[in-house]
Design a binder for this molecule. Structure first.
Ligand code: ATP
Ligand code: MG
Length: 222
């Protein structure tokens, strides 16, 4: 059996707010993701889908459980070790694009490589071409439509060739036509590169395009 790309064991997360009863969000999540595997993460609003992605991307810390990457434990590391690992391992795509407004399309796509000090050659041009944004490379995000901004975010997430893409409702703010165009593009680019994808959605038709769902319900995987 090949080693899973990602393995999550008994992951727990809650929020304790002063003067209010504790909120238990994830009660012990466990799953594996093989290299090249794509799975949607489904579940009702408030089920903990974004929380799960934040834990996997190291944006938040779990209360318990373990995360393994290619067989090595990565949970429990310091923030800076985690940030170093994440940079090359994971590409994040957010629902609301999160492009830097003062940087051009080209600069946004190249930024992760610059921050990591990695030479990516012409890859940024290829990616911009593949997402159909070459002619807009000098534009600022504010001059682009939602679907265009999300296509730039797809290119940015792939610039360091990460093994895993985490996408949190990447088409949530788009109309039907742009949403399916961006989704098809993302899924195609991920599959062509044999990358893995976890994509949060509550839309079953979106989920069906990605793979077999991980279903979150009441803090557990159904
Ligand atoms: N910082 C926080 N403090 C307190 N509660 C939080 C915090 N972040 C998230 N929560 C709670 O955790 C629960 C899960 O939130 P999460 O954003 O993961 O849900 P979701 O499944 O992504 O929902 P949606 O489909 O609406 O995006 C919610 O009830 C939310 O209110
Ligand atoms: Mg969410």
């Amino acid at each position: 059996m090949t080693t899973p790309l990602l393995e999550v064991r008994d992951l727990k997360k809650g929020y304790r707010l002063e003067g209010r009863p504790p909120l238990e969000i994830l009660h012990g999540i466990g799953f594996q993701l093989a290299p090249g595997e794509c799975r949607p993460v489904c579940g009702p609003s408030g089920a903990g889908k974004s929380t799960l992605l934040s834990l996997l991307g190291g944006l938040e810390e779990a209360d318990g459980g373990e995360i393994f990457w290619k067989g090595e434990k990565i949970s429990g590391q310091s923030r800076s070790q985690w940030a170093n690992w994440r940079r090359g391992a994971i590409g994040f795509i957010f629902q609301s694009y999160h492009l830097l407004p003062e940087l051009t399309v080209e600069e946004n796509v190249r930024l992760p490589a610059m921050l990591a000090g990695v030479h990516v050659g012409e890859r940024w041009e290829d990616l911009l071409d593949q997402v159909g944004m070459t002619l807009r490379r000098d534009h600022l995000p504010g001059e682009l439509s939602g679907g265009e901004q999300q296509r730039v975010a797809v290119a940015r997430a792939l610039i360091l060739e990460p093994d895993l893409i985490l996408a949190d409702e990447p088409t949530g703010n788009l109309d039907g036509t742009s949403a399916s165009a961006v989704l098809d593009l993302l899924v195609r680019m991920v599959r062509e590169r044999q990358k893995s994808l976890l994509l949060v959605t509550h839309d079953e038709s979106v989920a069906a395009k990605v793979g077999t769902p991980l279903r979150l319900l009441d803090g557990r995987l159904a």
